[in-house]
Design a protein around this ligand. Structure first.
Ligand SMILES: [Zn+2]
Length: 667
């Protein structure tokens, strides 16, 4: 990984030698003469007092010193020294300055976040107060070695901004309009007033998105006509158009924590420090959180394995009924691996409630570096990422990077070193030690299941159709694992995926939380799959020419055959399941292979669903085995308040030939 140098503050809002070279000389760094280079070198000691535009005379003194040092240390000879000294370099700076006036590019999203990270690091590690840290950053002549890889950043920027990756380009607007009435009163209007006018005044079902800039402009003009009279004075009007849906991307090396590229939005970035959707915006993480708060802690700390099963059926806690994302029925006993591959909601919620507990899922997420949770999040919806505030793409990607790095969390690093103007290293992040946040075996097992979610396959079931959630992100020629997330009503879409080399986190959504797609109303604002295309395209490009070493497997991972319905050792009945043999080979951390035998399958292959679950309508229910006498008693006492319709449910006779069809059995 090549480090490249960003020298903070070379005056005139420039950041880095490259930008300074363009700003002062309208040249690339490689094209600078000795004379010009020394002007820039002279700025660093005191960017405000030695600025070549505002204080050329000071800069000249310092520049002479730099040249003198180079001469005395043998970097240049006497003739080059004289030539540089005699060069009327400051006249050229003035000219370029006039030419480029007002053309300074705003900071990139990466640099915006880098400056925040530098200030935070100065405060946390060196006890600076915020204002002192900020002052040091902008006028202390610091040299910051950023971890950004310009080539990778260019690929990320290109795909995030590639119109082909979106089938929709709508616009939200930020509009300010100020009028002064004849009597002197001043009134302000914003895009919210237009929205109100369209909804309440015209009765339109407007959601804040315009289909084109033209349409937005028409609405603005229409509204202005409504509120403006001839005697009004227009004091000001500004409008900004923001492309929607939006997206953000974070690319890291999970083994070092280096943030190699980051993009906080699509479309032109007009100012520094604008809305950074990669690092500063919190959004609902959806199903990506199944791993973070439910499956990972269950396996890592609470004795579960990839083969542990939970009952996928209608599931109600208090007044909340949890549903799966797919329709067509419930699958009965499903393993944690199935829960990951098919992103099963009920399995994740049951795992959190029965094995982990919400408060411990919450703590586990915090141990992976998630800082935006609040106490109220300690509830069953935590397993599905239903959060009070949400998470940032940066923290979510960082959390998954621990899984990609064998359970060791390397905090996201935007710079390797900060060096002061005297050359003293103030902060060196390359010496930071990672934290072991989960067992290496847990990380590998989760990776193996997430790998499968990117491959094409289908759940073991009779007629419930559900497929892997992340095949659209898959690209050829490289090991890869990842987890998708789509929030209810399709407001946020995520994919966090990694290879042996990199981890990339992509988010998509609309800034004002509009739906991306609503099957019921037909509203469509980009759909729910484009982020996976972006991830696949970026990852394909950055892995070009790389060999696939595979994910490294810890020594204490073992294989064992188990029953997929019970997660326990198979009996002869487990082979006889009418949906096919229920015996599978699963991976385990050494010492966690089950020792008990399956009790869910009868010797002839029927399912013996535990009594407390027999009421529930699932794929396994076809085979639920009835023990006549005992069951009758229990049922009578339990079912007093139940409807007669429900009473018929367990009256299914199982024959060895296979299941009677669910509907006909009930009717
Ligand atoms: Zn079994």
């Amino acid at each position: 990984m090549t480090e490249y140098l960003n020298t903070i503050n070379l005056g005139a809002n420039t950041l880095g030698v490259k930008v300074a070279a363009r700003r002062y000389f309208n040249k690339e760094v490689s094209e600078l003469s000795l004379s010009e280079s020394t002007v820039i070198a002279a700025i660093t000691k005191n960017p405000s007092k030695l600025n070549p535009i505002t204080h050329p005379e000071n800069n000249a003194v310092r520049r002479k010193q730099v040249l003198h040092n180079m001469l005395s240390q043998g970097y240049i000879d006497e003739s080059r020294y004289q030539e540089a000294l005699n060069d009327p370099v400051y006249e050229r700076i003035q000219n370029v300055n006039l030419v480029t006036q007002g053309e300074d590019k705003p900071y990139s999203y990466y640099t915006d976040e880098l400056t925040e990270q530098v200030v935070d690091a100065l405060m946390e590690r060196l006890d600076y107060k915020k204002e002192d840290a900020t002052k040091l950053l902008y006028s202390g002549g610091l040299t910051i070695y950023a971890n950004q890889d310009p080539d990778l950043q260019a690929i990320v920027d290109q795909e995030i901004n590639n119109p082909e990756n979106y089938d929709t380009a709508k616009y939200s607007i930020s509009w300010r309009y100020t009028l002064q009435h004849e009597d002197g009163t001043i009134v302000n209007f914003s895009e919210k007033d237009i929205e109100k006018y369209l909804k309440e005044g015209k009765g339109l079902s407007f959601n804040g998105l315009y289909t084109s800039k033209d349409q937005a402009n028409k609405r603005i003009e229409e509204f202005k006509e409504k509120v403006t009279v001839d005697s009004d004075r227009i004091l000001g009007e500004t409008v900004d158009y923001v492309l929607e849906p939006q997206a953000s991307f974070v690319l890291m090396d999970p083994h070092t924590g280096e943030v190699l590229a980051l993009t906080g939005g699509r479309g032109e970035k007009k100012q520094s420090k604008t809305l950074n959707r990669a690092s500063n915006v919190l959004r609902q993480p959806g199903s990506t959180f199944k791993i973070i708060t439910s499956f990972a802690p269950a396996i890592d700390l609470y004795g579960a394995t990839l083969a542990s099963t939970y009952y996928d059926s209608e599931y109600t806690l208090g007044n909340k009924t949890f549903k799966n994302w797919y329709s067509g029925g419930y699958l009965g006993f499903q393993s944690i691996r199935d829960g990951i591959v098919y992103s099963l909601n009920i399995v994740a919620v049951r795992c959190l409630m029965e094995t982990v507990k919400p408060e411990r899922g919450y703590q586990y997420a915090e141990s992976l570096g998630i800082t935006s949770l609040v106490k109220d999040d300690e509830n069953p919806a935590l397993a599905l990422g239903g959060l009070t505030r949400g998470v940032s793409n940066l923290e979510l990607t960082q959390a998954f990077s621990a899984i990609a790095n064998g359970g060791e969390l390397e905090k996201a690093k935007f710079f390797s070193k900060i060096v002061d103007q005297d050359g003293k290293v103030l902060i060196d992040t390359t010496e930071d030690k990672p934290t072991q946040v989960m067992k290496a075996t847990t990380a590998y097992l989760l990776t193996d299941a997430m790998k499968e979610s990117m491959e094409s396959n289908r759940a073991f079931a009779s007629d419930v159709r559900v497929s892997s959630t992340s095949t659209r992100a898959h690209f050829d020629g490289m090991s890869q694992a990842g987890k998708s997330g789509t929030t209810s009503n399709n407001r946020d879409i995520w994919f966090i995926g990694y290879t042996p080399y990199y981890i990339g986190g992509v988010w998509g959504g609309c800034d004002d939380n509009q739906v991306l797609k609503d099957a019921k109303t037909g509203e469509y604002n980009g759909g729910t799959g484009f982020h996976k295309d972006i991830w696949r395209k970026i990852m394909t490009k950055i892995h070009e020419g790389k060999t696939d070493p595979g994910f490294s497997k810890p020594e204490d991972i073992v294989e064992a055959q188990v029953c997929r319905k019970s997660g326990k050792l198979p009996t002869s009945g487990c082979y006889q399941d009418y949906r096919g043999s229920a015996v599978i080979t699963e991976l385990f951390a050494k010492g966690t292979v089950p020792t008990e035998k399956c009790t869910y399958h009868t010797s002839w292959g029927a399912m013996l669903v535990p009594e407390n679950l027999r009421d529930l309508d699932t794929d396994d229910h076809y085979y639920s085995y009835k023990e006549p006498e005992e069951e009758e008693e229990d049922e009578d006492s339990e079912r007093d308040s139940d409807s007669s319709e429900k009473n018929t449910k367990n009256k299914i006779t199982i024959s060895e030939q296979g299941p009677s069809k669910k509907k006909s059995a009930e009717d």
